[in-house]
Design a protein around this ligand. Structure first.
Ligand SMILES: *[C@@H]1O[C@H](CO)[C@@H](O)[C@H](O)[C@H]1NC(C)=O
Ligand SMILES: *[C@@H]1O[C@H](CO)[C@@H](O)[C@H](O)[C@H]1NC(C)=O
Length: 340
């Protein structure tokens, strides 16, 4: 009886089992932030961050980049509203090729990357992003898995490959470059991610019924080339996270000299006019930090400079009004009573 009651008490007892963890008795580092330690920490952050910032900033400054917006300039100037421009671009009879001149501002070392840049283009819209069938892109056996692609899933009850709005809206402007009346070759191979070419898109999946509807959304695909070699499609289907984005078009593999004038023959086919989007062509060199990006260097320099500023102001305050550590006169209740 007695022992039974005892175990009951133990079970109903709310006292936690003793352990050094629950009793917060584990050894711990409790640094004392004396003024010296704080100043040294701020100074060392400054010393580390500012040189990194300067190096990244100068690397970014060394990247040569030219951006040429052409969506307006490539439509005759008597088409003034977006509605008229849309009509121009949708008319099959109108002349869509357009010549643009780009002056190279500084020597550009190869490889020189060519991007097209779109603005106000929401590739991140929820229903757009979901409008694809990854199974179908991977293997011919899943050709008819098009439910996620509706309404661009089937045409006359036959599956569209590749289905969905992303593929349907494939970008179809073309660019041909020439320098001093000689064609400048552009390497269009290896522009897509390796994982897309090897895994996500099948080497035995061929386009079918693609872009065969009444409303053409964008580029067409060659039906005799497997999807994983249609690199423009692969690049396009890696949807951009922001409405202002760049996608790789190709590479120029010769150096360009300062003041070279490059002529770009643009096939201005893609309709961004109906929704007020912007199109630009970008040619850019790279460095080890990637393309031009002044923000990274500026961020490092700012953090380093703020740290230095804190360190210096602490040093100044410490010299003007030093005070003793652990002086109980500074405790709030003592201070209040002193004031009263
Ligand atoms: C612009 O001019 C061209 C040629 O002069 C003409 O064919 C076209 O209809 C004009 N377009 C508009 C919108 O005025
Ligand atoms: C290019 O895409 C537009 C839609 O943005 C379409 O109207 C046009 O027919 C396409 N042109 C070519 C040559 O694929």
């Amino acid at each position: 009886m007695g022992s039974e009651r005892g175990s009951k008490d133990e079970r109903s007892s709310k006292k936690p089992k003793y352990s050094r963890f629950t009793q917060q008795e584990l050894p711990a580092c409790k640094p004392i932030l004396t003024p010296m330690v704080v100043m040294a920490a701020f100074i060392s952050i400054g010393v580390v961050f500012i040189p990194i910032g300067l190096v990244t900033f100068s690397e970014s400054e060394a990247v040569v980049e030219v951006v040429d917006r052409y969506d307006r300039g490539c439509i005759p100037s008597n088409y003034t509203s977006d509605k008229q421009r849309t009509a121009f671009i949708q008319d099959e009879q109108t002349e869509k090729t357009c010549l643009r001149n780009i002056i190279v501002p500084k020597k550009m070392k190869q490889p020189i990357f060519i991007y097209y840049e779109l603005d106000d283009y929401y590739q991140n819209h929820r229903r757009y992003v979901k409008s694809r069938s990854d199974k179908q892109l991977q293997s011919p056996a899943s050709e008819s898995e098009t439910t996620s692609c509706s309404p661009e899933g089937e045409k006359n009850n036959k599956p569209i490959v590749p289905c969905g709005l992303i593929a349907w809206s494939l970008f179809n402007d073309t660019y041909a470059f020439s320098l001093k009346d000689k064609a400048l070759p552009v390497n269009r191979k290896n522009i897509a991610w390796l994982s897309d070419r090897n895994k996500k898109f099948g080497s035995n999946v061929y386009p079918k019924n693609f872009q065969s509807g009444d409303l053409i959304g964008g580029g067409k695909l060659n039906e005799s080339i497997p999807l994983n070699q249609q690199e423009d499609l692969l690049v396009w289907m890696r949807t951009a996270a922001l409405p202002h984005f760049r996608k790789l078009y190709g590479r120029i593999e010769v150096d360009l000299e300062a003041n070279d004038q490059i002529t770009v023959e643009i096939g201005n086919n893609y309709n961004t006019y109906s929704f007020g989007g912007k199109k630009s062509i970008v040619i850019s060199t790279t460095s080890w930090i990637g393309g031009k990006n002044n923000l990274l260097g500026a961020a490092f320099i700012t953090v380093g400079a703020v740290s230095f500023f804190c360190a210096i102001s602490f040093i100044v305050m410490y010299m003007i009004r030093p005070r003793q550590y652990g002086d109980p006169a500074y405790l709030s209740w003592n201070r209040n009573s002193a004031e009263n």
